[in-house]
Design a protein around this ligand. Structure first.
Ligand SMILES: Nc1nc2c(ncn2[C@@H]2O[C@H](COP(=O)(O)OP(=O)(O)OP(=O)(O)O)[C@@H](O)[C@H]2O)c(=O)[nH]1
Length: 240
């Protein structure tokens, strides 16, 4: 009986790998308490033996438990870091397209009225050509920050290049138009900086309204069509 209880030392490894950090901790603590109690009560009659056995068992058990716990903490950190990397745009720090598709699937189940704002910086190529790629990058970061400042905006997504997306929930046509116009105006009012001169920018915004049973790609395509209408009509414009 006393020998078989030493097999309990392997249990924290199973608990942490099967049940994760919290349950792993509690189960390991429970096993340790039970094993220690059994060892203590069933130990040899020799006066010092119960204490010595208990001490050795506890020492080894805690060492194994500690290694399992630290390993699981580290594994979780790495896993959440990789998860955030997978969903984040590396340059601007906002969410990427993968995150957008994930969030859309969730939001679609929870809300009826959903609008997509597809925001594209006008003539962004000129910024890169005239001021260099670094300044172009800095402009993208500032634009992403401005987009995230509105109270109505929970998340900003970068679709790629100079295109950003915002999803607005539970707002009517009028409110969505006003919000898009605020964004357009905020970018127009901002002064971006380069080493040589100040830069003024505008954005064009296409808006689509989610139709019942509409797929993500069709929702995006509808916003894209409106965006190109805004571009065709002279840029610095919101099209619904
Ligand atoms: N600096 C920088 N530039 C990028 C990045 N991604 C894409 N671009 C550039 O963004 C530019 C997009 O140019 P276009 O698609 O021609 O669009 P545009 O010049 O904004 O013109 P319109 O959209 O028609 O108003 C290209 O020059 C790309 O090289 C990036 O991460 N950083």
């Amino acid at each position: 009986m006393r020998a078989s209880i030493f097999w309990c030392m392997a249990l924290p490894i199973w608990y942490y790998s099967l049940f994760g950090l919290r349950k792993g901790f509690y189960f390991s603590a429970l096993v340790m308490a039970l094993s220690a109690a059994i060892l203590f009560t069933r130990a040899d009659t020799n006066l010092y033996m119960p204490y010595r056995t208990l001490f050795n068992f506890s020492l080894v058990y805690i060492a194994i438990w500690l290694v399992c716990h630290l390993y699981e903490v580290q594994r979780r950190k790495v896993s959440s870091f990789l998860h955030s990397l997978a969903l984040q745009d590396a340059l601007t720090g906002v969410c990427n397209r993968h995150a957008l598709e994930n969030d859309f699937a969730l939001i679609q189940k929870q809300f009826i009225h959903i609008h997509m704002l597809l925001i594209d910086i006008d003539r962004f190529k000129n910024i890169n050509d005239k001021f260099g790629h670094d300044i172009g990058d800095a402009v993208l970061i500032t634009v992403a920050n401005i987009l995230g400042q509105s109270k109505q905006v929970q998340e900003v997504y970068r679709l790629g290049g100079e295109e950003f997306i915002i999803l607005l929930k539970n707002m009517d046509h009028q409110q969505v138009s006003e919000e898009a116009e605020k964004i357009r105006q905020a970018i127009e009012d901002e002064t971006f900086h380069s080493h040589q001169e100040d830069i003024k920018l505008t954005v064009s915004i296409g808006i689509s309204s989610l139709q019942p049973e509409q797929e993500f790609n069709d929702f995006l395509r509808a916003a894209d069509e409106k965006l190109y209408q805004a571009k065709r009509e002279g840029r610095n414009k919101v099209c619904f």
